[in-house]
Structure formats: C-alpha cells, structure tokens
Design a protein around this ligand. Structure first.
Ligand SMILES: [Zn+2]
Ligand SMILES: [Zn+2]
Length: 405
C-alpha cells in the first residue's frame, strides 16, 4: 500500500487510543517545566512502542524514529504544558488538579505520540531520522530554549523542524490544516515592569510630596507615543500595561507606583528600538515631574520565522495527503497580516528552518465557542488522528525529498 493510504488508515485506526491519551493528559494538567505525571506517561507510551526516550533539559523528552537508511533529520514538536486556569468546561474528563489544558497542548502531546506510533511502524522505510520533541513550558516561553540548551537540535543535528498548534473558536470547520506564510509570523514577546519612586505625603499638601501616580500616568501616556510617533506607520507593535498598582486610600499620596506590561513586536530592530525607548521615556518622564523610574525588561521569546522553502515544500507534501479543501493558507485567518500571539518554537526557528502549522479543532457553529486559554474552552477530538498523520507524513515525505543526493 502506498504511504499515504497506509498512514491515513493506521491513524484512523488509532483514533480511540489517541482520545484516551488526550483525556488522561487533560485530567492531569501540569505547568511550565514541572511535568512529572505527563513526562512519565509519555515515556511509558514511547517505551511500549519500542522507543528509547531520552530526557532533554528539564521535563523535555526526545525520541528518534528511523536511522536504518541514511538521510537528513526532521524534527516534529509537540508541547505538553497547561495553564493555571480552573477548568469550567463541562466535560467528563475534567481536570482534577485546578490547572487546565486550555490551550490544547494535551492534544499536541497525544498527536505526537500518535505520530511516534505511525513512524515506528514504517521505520525501515524512513530515509534519515525523525526526531520527536516533547516540549515543556511553552506557555511560559521557557521550554524550547531549555531543550535547545540541553542539545535537542544536536546529535543528530536537525535539518528542519515543524510544529502544529490546534485552534478552537476560530471561524474554521474542524479538521482544516493551516500552513503559515513564509517570514515572521508569531510575535516576539517581552515582559516589562516600570517602578516609579515618588515621595509620599498628605493628599492635601501635594507640594510637599512627589506624586508617583502622577508620574506613572504621564509615563503610561508617553510610552504609547513610541508606536504612533517614533515608528513608521507600517510597523506592528502591541504595548499593553495589564497591571497598574499604587496607593492605599484617597487622601494619602503614596511613595511608589508600579506598572506591568507586555510588548509584542516582529522585526528584531523594532524590538530593540522599542525596548530602548520604553526605558528612556519612562525615566525622563518621571524626572520631568520630580520622580524617578526604574525599568525592568524580561526577554520572552523572539518572533517566529517560517522558512520560505520549507513552507513551500510542506504545502506541496500536505496536498498529497489531505483533501484539497482541508489545506488552507494562514491568510484565511489573518488577511495576510501577522499573528500577535507568541510561540516559543521561535527559538528553534532561530537555529534551523522551521514551519508552523495550525489545525482547526472546532468553531462556534460546531459548538466550540470559547477561545483558547478560556476556562470553558473545548476542543474537537476528532482531529487527533489527522494531526498524527500530518506530523508523520510531513516528516517522512520531507526526508524522502531531501535525503536523495
Ligand atoms: Zn497558549
Ligand atoms: Zn499553546
């Protein structure tokens, strides 16, 4: 039987098993780099399939399929972490521990396990090697970096890499596969804090005090002008203060004010420029009203860069596998623009050619009304076998195409 028919048939046959994997993970969601139950489960499954899974960094797991024939190395990644959200979805396999797989990473882990099983069954035919990357801490943007530092892209060296993210609540029917456009898509993300030091005093005598709320509100306004006055109109930036803390009561001028925000950018130069201006403007504005400001910026992750040639070959390869209407371009969602969400697979995209895929797992018309990260978010499990087949087929066919001399 040809590869495509064989993979589709085998992936459909394992649908119930993938649902069981996913539900177990869904009931036991864990956070960030601390995934003892999840990693134990993944390793047990891989061992049962005949793999020798290796630990990679904190809570990362790597397994390799193929290697019997010479060729290149293709990496497929599934993230495994959940969110500190109390689940409010009405499902029979509800989370038991106060966290929630509200982003669908439980589906990714199950799909990658499915791909592992498919690839094991066709191992003698794999032209090169497929590296399976089970990643922790995507939500905290620490997992990919942690695994790269632990050597996930080395020995054997990875030539190209792919990830899939499920999507719920988007206006697309379940089962559609979306290939990102080439170039920078998901945004770079940084956190920042601005701490304003004033001088507290009596609300009736502001002249004897230095009001940090006054300084902070000036800073709040002034940093928004970076985007509108200092960058070209085409430059996309999101700069949001999501937390603003100061004071205790109405007639006391407090000592300090604190702001916490997030910054999303695409081009590295823009990212550097906005970070520098944010700090300079905050300090100078505070001084203008007799206060001082300290700015702390924490690296989140860079923007995700999809490799043009890999995007093209992935699209061509998936056209073989999927019905024509099931393969879409990311522009159906973004109108040709970029996503302002972030994805720490970006760290991988800095090192090797990568491509990001989306897999639609239900829309509002189908009853999947809530967006990801929402406590009521639900996902259509019927896409699990599709996801497993896409992972395995894309990897195996890319290796076929690229391992011939
Ligand atoms: Zn998420
Ligand atoms: Zn996610």
């Amino acid at each position: 039987m040809e590869l495509k028919a064989r993979l589709l048939e085998s992936s459909r046959a394992m649908q119930d098993e993938l649902v069981a994997f996913r539900r177990y993970l869904h009931q036991n969601p864990e956070l960030s780099l601390d995934l003892p139950i999840t990693t134990k489960f993944v390793k047990e499954q891989l061992i049962a399939m005949g793999y020798e899974p290796q630990d990679c960094g904190k809570s990362g797991i790597v397994a390799i399929a193929g290697g019997q024939r010479p060729g290149k190395v293709f990496l497929i990644r599934g993230d495994m972490d959940a969110l500190p959200v109390e689940e409010a979805a009405d499902v029979p396999f509800k989370s038991v521990n106060g966290n929630m797989h509200a982003c669908g990473h439980d589906l990714h882990t199950a799909m990658l396990l499915g791909a592992a099983k498919l690839l094991k069954a066709m191992e003698p035919d794999i032209q090169g090697q497929v590296k399976l990357m089970f990643q922790p801490a995507e939500e905290t943007l620490a997992g990919a970096k942690n695994m790269i530092e632990a050597g996930v892209l080395k020995a054997p060296d990875v030539d190209a890499a792919m990830m899939i993210h499920v999507m719920t609540g988007f206006p697309l029917p379940a089962g559609k596969v979306i290939v990102s456009q080439a170039g920078l898509t998901a945004a770079a993300s940084d956190w920042f804090e601005i701490h304003v030091q004033g001088k507290g005093g009596h609300g009736a005598m502001p002249n004897n005090a230095v009001d940090p709320i006054n300084a902070a509100t000036h800073i709040f306004q002034a940093i928004q002008t970076i985007h509108s006055r200092e960058l070209a109109p085409g430059q996309a930036v999101a700069l949001t203060i999501g937390k603003f803390v100061s004071g205790t009561t109405s007639n006391v001028i407090p000592d300090t004010a604190h702001m916490y925000g997030t910054l999303r950018t695409y081009e590295p130069e823009t990212r550097t420029f906005v970070r520098e201006r944010l700090e300079a403007i905050a300090k100078a504005t505070a001084e203008a009203v007799r206060a001082t400001a300290e700015v702390k910026i924490v690296d989140g992750c860079p923007a995700l860069n999809n490799d043009a040639a890999l995007v093209e070959s992935t699209r061509t390869i998936l056209k073989e596998l999927l019905p024509e209407n099931d393969l879409l371009d990311m522009s159906v969602l973004t109108g040709g623009g970029k996503m302002s969400g972030s994805e720490d697979f970006a760290y991988v995209s800095e090192k090797v050619p990568t491509v990001m895929l989306g897999l639609s797992a239900g829309n509002a018309d189908e009853g999947y009304r809530f967006p990801q990260h929402h406590p009521k978010a639900i996902f259509d499990e019927s896409v699990l076998s599709t996801g497993a087949a896409v992972y395995a087929y894309a990897a195996a066919r890319w290796l076929d195409e690229h391992s011939k001399a």
